[in-house]
Design a protein around this ligand. Structure first.
Ligand code: FES
Length: 145
């Protein structure tokens, strides 16, 4: 079996929603300390719904495919639904990722959450802080390979 599914290869070679939203309502940037890859997500939000989303990923093919798929999964969706998106769901939508590449999909989940938190913070919207644990507080993970 090939290491990567056709969907991963499709979203890697033809990523959807690449780019920048200049007047974004929320921007989230996260990185993986181990591999050094960085992902940035831009959201346009209207009435609690994600009307547009773009990403820039400086990282591996799995991270690019994950960001592409994750942006497709949250476009047009309410924030509450986007907050529930897990990296596991992204990986499943891609027909799987190799075990040692699962952490790449975590970046997508974290970047979306960071962008939504940024939106809440910028607009003074109250939210449950426990929904946004600081990923760096639980660090000390050691190498992921
Ligand atoms: Fe760094 Fe995939 S996100 S290796």
């Amino acid at each position: 079996m090939a290491l990567y599914s056709e969907k991963v290869m499709d979203h890697f070679t033809n990523p959807r929603n690449v780019g920048v939203i200049e007047d974004a309502d929320g921007v989230g940037e996260v990185g993986n300390a181990v591999c050094g890859d960085i992902m940035k997500i831009y959201l346009k939000i209207d009435g609690g719904v994600i009307t547009d989303v773009k990403f820039k990923t400086f990282g591996c093919g799995s991270a690019i495919a994950s960001s592409s798929m994750a942006t497709e999964m949250i476009k047009g969706k309410p924030l509450s639904q986007a907050l529930e998106l897990t990296n596991k769901a992204v990986a499943e939508a891609l027909d799987g990722l190799p075990a040692h590449k699962m952490h790449c999909s975590v970046l997508a989940e974290e970047a979306i959450r960071a962008a939504i938190k940024d939106y809440y913070d910028r607009h003074g919207i109250e939210y449950d802080k426990s929904q946004f644990p600081d990923p760096h507080e639980e660090e000390e993970e050691g190498p992921e390979d």
